[in-house]
Ligand binder design. Structure first.
Ligand code: ZN
Length: 144
């Protein structure tokens, strides 16, 4: 049995059960289905619009937007990470040391990246050594 929402030519909406879609069509053609309100046998399947509550809809929309923004953000970080990994030399925890050497001309000026503690970063900045905090996890061990 399937239930259909039916509508007569007078716009009355009612529900009726049929064995299947064919059964409904057959009965409809034979005018065996009457509107319970006005007795009209001109009945159609009522097409119902999907129910979307405006509140939950806007939440869903908001969530989708957030996901989009987040996806873009992740995309950009990924790009940045790729750029860094491609063009910068990884020095790991020796970053403060290496950054100083480069800054004071003890070493060839080349772009590096690595890890530094909060304090080490602060000290470097205070010494006038430019550094940028990267918005991604520290690099996993890489075999060179
Ligand atoms: Zn009717």
């Amino acid at each position: 049995m399937i239930k259909f929402d039916l509508k007569c030519d007078n716009d009355h909406i009612f529900e009726a059960s049929f064995d299947d879609s064919d059964s409904f069509e057959k009965q409809r053609k034979k005018k065996l289905i009457d509107c319970p309100f006005c007795g009209s046998s001109k009945v159609f399947k009522s097409v119902m619009a999907p129910n979307i509550a405006s509140k939950s809809n806007s939440i869903a929309k908001q969530k989708r937007n957030q996901e989009k923004v987040f996806a873009n953000y992740n995309q950009q970080i990924k790009k940045l990470k790729e750029e860094v990994e491609k063009n910068y030399t990884y020095v790991g925890k020796k970053f403060p040391e290496e950054a100083r050497k480069i800054h004071y001309g003890e070493k060839e000026d080349k772009p590096i990246y690595g890890e530094a503690t909060e304090k080490e970063s602060k000290d470097l900045i205070e010494e006038g050594i430019p550094l940028i905090r990267l918005p991604f996890e520290k690099k996993q061990k890489k075999k060179n």
